[in-house]
Design a protein around this ligand. Structure first.
Ligand SMILES: NC(=O)c1ccc[n+]([C@@H]2O[C@H](COP(=O)([O-])OP(=O)(O)OC[C@H]3O[C@@H](n4cnc5c(N)ncnc54)[C@H](OP(=O)(O)O)[C@@H]3O)[C@@H](O)[C@H]2O)c1
Length: 262
């Protein structure tokens, strides 16, 4: 049997076991995917080998540690400097980042995107920045405070904090801050957000529910998407790596969407 897990803290809420196991079961693979609560990231590499894993997902707060302990990192994970997926090759851990492709897959039906505003400047904002720049989108970032924006100073993009932000016209506005995760707060002042939405087409929140941010965008006529499909699509990309071409992408996708919505 091949074993997989998700490492994170917290991890009990994760739907990853449900979506991955649904594919393994449907296609009669003798694979199992569990959850592993990991408090101390410094154990990650030893634990991975102790558990005899063929692959794993890595979530908050261990993605940066995961990047550092791989034997080899492939694809956009190198630029993002964060890994959310391990695959065992021989005695080596190969690291990938499927978050950005998952995000882009989740908005594949959004058309004519050129100018993008990212609200928030954490780890997920970094993944999106790399992915959007690779797509040649014209992006800017606004964040509550100045400090975390410094992590983006190597990118040639406009960076603003709440004090010096002047909104422009955007095709797509993405909330990647944690505002709205555990409360009804907006990621930026409501009046400013209304100004932004007046001239925008699409709003996406990477949080897995209809946040106050998305409700306001909808009220103002924007097309919206929450983060649940990003989760599913990053899982599809990871499952393709775990199953190494045995199952077609469309079949994985169909099964995971079904399992997620059950
Ligand atoms: N759908 C998915 O598959 C998926 C995948 C990954 C992450 N996520 C979600 O993405 C969000 C961000 O994750 P992350 O790992 O990037 O977090 P992070 O590294 O901790 O960064 C959090 C960001 O949110 C900002 N922030 C926090 N509270 C705020 C508030 N009340 N108002 C305005 N800004 C606020 C912070 O600003 P300061 O710098 O000022 O503190 C910072 O920029 C989380 O909600 C997470 O659940 C979803």
């Amino acid at each position: 049997m091949k074993l997989f897990t998700i490492f994170g803290d917290p991890v009990s809420h994760s739907k990853s076991p449900i979506i991955h196991n649904s594919v393994f079961l449907k296609f009669n693979l003798n694979y199992r995917y569990n959850r592993t609560l990991l408090k101390d990231g410094s154990n990650l590499r030893d634990l991975y080998f102790e558990l005899g894993l063929s692959g794993a997902s890595i979530t908050v707060p261990h993605k940066e540690t995961a990047f550092k302990i791989c034997d080899e990192v492939r694809g956009t994970a190198k630029e993002i400097q964060a890994v959310n997926c391990f695959v065992t090759e021989g005695d080596k851990i190969i690291g990938y980042n499927t978050d950005i492709d998952g995000f882009l897959d989740s908005i594949a039906d959004f058309t004519n995107i050129s100018k993008v505003l990212i609200i928030g400047a954490g780890g997920t904002a970094r993944a999106l920045t790399v992915g959007f720049l690779n797509k040649n989108f014209d992006i800017e970032i606004v964040n509550r405070s100045r400090e975390r924006l410094l992590n983006f100073s190597n990118f040639n993009i406009k960076l603003s904090d709440w004090n010096n932000f002047e909104p422009s016209n955007y095709d797509l506005v993405v909330n990647v801050s944690s505002a709205g995760l555990k409360d009804e707060s907006l990621p930026i002042d409501k009046k400013i957000l209304i100004d932004i939405f007046k001239n925008s087409k699409y709003a996406v929140d990477v949080i897995y529910k209809k946040t106050t941010f998305l409700k306001l965008a909808e009220e103002m006529g924007l097309k919206t998407r929450d983060g649940s499909m990003m989760l599913v699509y990053q899982g599809v990309r990871a499952n393709l790596l775990f199953t190494d071409g045995k199952i077609a992408r469309e079949d994985i996708q169909k099964e995971m969407i079904l399992a997620y919505n059950l």
